[in-house]
Design a binder for this molecule. Sequence first.
Ligand code: ATP
Length: 299
Amino acid sequence: MTRLLEVTNLTKAYGSDKAADSISFDLAEGTSTALIGPNGAGKTTTLSMLAGLITPTSGSILFRGEPKPDIRASIGYLPQYPKFFPWLTALEFTEMAAVLSGVEKKQALTEAKKTLEFVGLGDAMKKRTGTFSGGMKQRLGLAQAIVHGPELLLLDEPVSALDPVGRRQVMNLLKELQQKTTILYSTHILNDAEEMTDQLLFLRKGVLVENGSLETIREKYANPHILIEFESVGEAERFSAISPWAVTMDKKQVSINAAEEGIGTPEILALLHTESLHIRKLELQTASLEEIFMKVVEE
Ligand code: ATP
């Protein structure tokens, strides 16, 4: 896979505080990556450096191996709080964004119309942006970011401020865009990342603390436990006494750390069968995405 972006030891310091601290990662062309972290983790700082809005204190950013690409033409950027001129119509605004990003003047109107149709603002393109709802503004923000067909799309919290309907609509648009371009977006909602991500980058206090696919990270932090609920407390006690694995017992329930003990449900079922113990339920419990998020970013 072609490497589109190569980020090495990217750092932004404000006095003695580092908003981004030696961050390194690659983006392969055609992939989607989520930058995840709580408030203040350094997501906006990182995206702003990649978008050329703030200058890194140190470190390097290579775009297709080049240190100084034509950022306007190559990158589309949606800020966390996009601002529009309320007196311009959506079409005027998007056409202006197209021209500023290098689209030929005579082509800009056509591209702006096409893009506004794509983001679902076809019927509202002649309306002034000052009348737009939050969801419409976010879609317009997306339109100005993609109107020039950028190779890389940087999106800062594209759905965080939206209600569930708006969120769904924008997520669906992003999934379509994912087919055409490389995307790096920030979020503090892991469920968003689950829907649309090849790679997860976890930031904590400016430091990249975890980097991998959702499957790899899930596996690493899943912390699988097997929970057995017996018919009676007596049976739970009997099982605990003969169990070759460490158990924690709570009344009729017994829990075993499957990862630590290196076992799965078959070993347990075999023992239950041999000892003729009766159970009500047996389940494999793994950490939820939210639990994984807390574990990775708040340690
Ligand atoms: P949020 O989810 O709240 O948007 P974030 O992950 O995007 O958070 P950043 O906005 O990148 O976080 O901020 C990272 C840290 O850098 C914070 O502690 C913030 O206060 C600090 N910071 C950001 N910009 C500046 C600045 N211009 N001067 C001083 N400190 C700053």
